[in-house]
Design a protein around this ligand. Structure first.
Ligand code: C5P
Length: 401
């Protein structure tokens, strides 16, 4: 292991909370130190009922802290937070997950993690009922939406002779998640990235519009990932989406023309533009100034094309990296490649739509990543978070050339 691990020479903060799986955190400490990391352990008081502080001190070669007041003369939680390149909480109880989700800082570990800006991995461990409780599920989702990596839990024997979901992931799997989080690190720091998300609404009259079912989830996943990796992100977002992520600079627009103006302005000094928005292709030629009356009969809607923002950017490409998305029902990769070339894109995510459980509104996409350079990823299932990570990996590589 040693120097081949992305953790070699990195500082890992390991938070241990009160569950029987705390004994497995000893193995994790050993794996982290073997990978070359400097491990700083912080335990909650209840964790010390399961494993002693001296055990972790011996394994990590550093004092284990449990209390905010332990280092007179320094602000311990701030020092620990700034001294971490990556943090991991293993095991993470339902209680600590709830506190992290809500921003509660009532002990050394939660105070440190509230101050920390480094990537965070949590490995939940609890009884099935606690894990499956809607409150825990909502807290886990809230953490994931802020970029926290959640590893596990697995199924298997639990405390008190029970069985089910809630068993902490194996130390080797937690190590792999920490390595990945640390290597992703802040590889997009200093890069300016424009991301678009959601639909556009093209007005028919003051209350009606031509729109589509986009929820914004795909663009939000890209914006969240790029922001977590240190990019300066401008998120141009259409109407009626789910809640956008916190962090990126938000520009709210309504129509394709408004999105065009916002994107062109933000793209001016951008390194990359990721057009995940489902921009309407057509709009009513004219929006009626007042609500059309039902008594007037069905309006004859004359539709005209909207500006193709991405194609326009392709014409004045410069050094900017352009990423497009396409929704296709058949010949997905071929149709995608035609668009990649026509719009002068560097990457195109070709989504197969019209299948059950993929595309708009779902967490999963059936997609291929096509690249100008030819290193394509064939059609397969991805979560939106995985697609976002793969796009950012490629942006990071292309931008560092
Ligand atoms: O050609 P098609 O509409 O399938 O291309 C989809 C890609 O082009 C998406 O990335 C979308 O955001 C972008 N687009 C655009 N302006 C439009 C329509 C689509 O930038 N008017």
């Amino acid at each position: 292991m040693g120097s081949s691990s992305p953790l070699a020479g990195r500082r890992v903060l390991l938070g241990v909370t009160g569950g029987i799986a705390a004994y497995k955190a000893c193995v994790l400490t050993r794996l982290l130190t073997q990978a070359g990391a400097a491990v700083q352990v912080v335990m909650t008081p209840s964790a010390t009922r399961f494993v002693g502080t001296d055990t972790f001190a011996a394994l990590s070669g550093r004092p284990t802290y449990t209390e905010v007041w332990e280092e007179p003369g320094s602000v311990l939680h701030v020092r620990l937070a700034r001294g971490a390149d990556v943090a991991v909480v293993a095991p993470a109880t339902a209680n600590v997950i709830a506190k992290l989700s809500g921003g509660i800082a009532d002990d050394l570990l939660t105070s440190t993690l509230l101050e920390a800006t480094c990537p965070l991995v949590v490995a939940p461990a609890m009884h099935s009922g606690m894990w499956e409780h809607p409150a825990t599920q909502a807290n886990v989702r809230a953490l994931e939406e802020r970029g926290t990596v959640v590893v596990g839990p697995a199924s298997g024997p639990l405390a008190a002779g029970d069985e089910g979901v809630g068993r902490m992931a194996e130390p080797e799997d937690i190590l792999a998640a920490v390595e990945e989080a640390a290597s992703r690190g802040r590889d997009l720091a200093g890069r300016r990235i424009v991301v678009t998300a959601g639909p556009t609404w093209e007005p028919i009259d003051p209350v009606r519009f031509v729109g589509n079912r986009s929820t914004g989830r795909m663009g939000f996943a890209v914006a969240r990932e790029a922001f977590a990796r240190g990019a300066d992100v401008t998120l141009v977002v259409g109407p009626g989406t789910v809640q956008p992520p916190e962090g990126p600079r938000l520009v709210e627009v309504g129509t394709a023309e408004e999105m065009r103006m916002a994107v062109l302005e933000a793209a001016d000094d951008a390194d990359a533009v990721v057009m995940a928005a489902a921009v309407a292709d057509f709009r009513p030629r004219e929006a009626a100034p007042s609500k059309l009356k039902k008594e007037g009969g069905p309006p004859g809607l004359e539709l005209v094309p909207t500006p193709d923002i991405l194609a326009e950017l392709g014409e004045v490409k410069g050094d900017r990296i352009l990423v497009g998305f396409a929704a296709e029902t058949e010949e997905v990769e071929e149709a995608g490649r035609t668009k990649l070339v026509a719009k002068r894109l560097d990457l195109l995510v070709a989504n197969e739509v019209g299948r059950e459980g993929t595309g708009f509104g779902s967490e999963e996409n059936h997609a291929a990543i096509l690249s100008k350079a030819g290193d394509d990823e064939p059609l397969r299932e991805w979560t939106k978070a995985e697609l976002a990570a793969a796009i950012c990996d490629r942006l990071s590589k292309m931008l560092s050339r």
